[in-house]
Design a protein around this ligand. Sequence first.
Ligand code: CA
Length: 228
Amino acid sequence: MTADAPRILLVEDEPTIARAVADRLAAEGFAVDTAADGPAAVERARAGEPHLIVLDVMLPGFDGLEVCRRVQAERPVPVLMLTARDDETDLLVGLGVGADDYVTKPFSMRELVARIRAVLRRVERPAAGGGPAPVRVGPLELDARARRVRRDGREVHLTPTEFDLLACLARNRGAVLTRAVLLEQVWDWADASGTRVVDSHVKALRRKLGPDLIRTVHGVGYSLEAAS
Ligand code: CA
């Protein structure tokens, strides 16, 4: 572990899983901090400013959704959520909770590490598209370099993935992008197995930016309306 190792906060209340995951992440060169309940997770996230949070859903105190909400309200930080079942993932996706990715238990360590690296890679690079100058689309202003967005002059806080998705739609404004294309461009996934993750983030963007900007083209995908 070096001083500039990516910091991961692991939030998991099952000691066996927590230990196994923490050991593996440390072996992979990450600086690992842990928490075993909701309040401790929020406190550790505030104190340690992790680069990414691996977050179990069912926790003592309050659950992973509430942790996600509280942490994201203070600072945008990528969240990889650990779910107990596929239908739990569907449920969370439906709620648009703002996690950047989901991994269902039981998972392989190799898969978890690959997903963590993929999220960190995405967040480290400049936001997809956009370029250096702020871009205006209707009431939106996107600053890709600072990763900031305003609607009608008011700043809106987005998670890193939400920002990347919005930037991708903005770069292609007026065009319809399929879920598979968005997955590849925003998430770097070549296969389309995670299309519900796209739906989750669109839902979150609509909640934060208003329902009128991103259009669903049924059976095809999404588009950001061109400036009017
Ligand atoms: Ca749990």
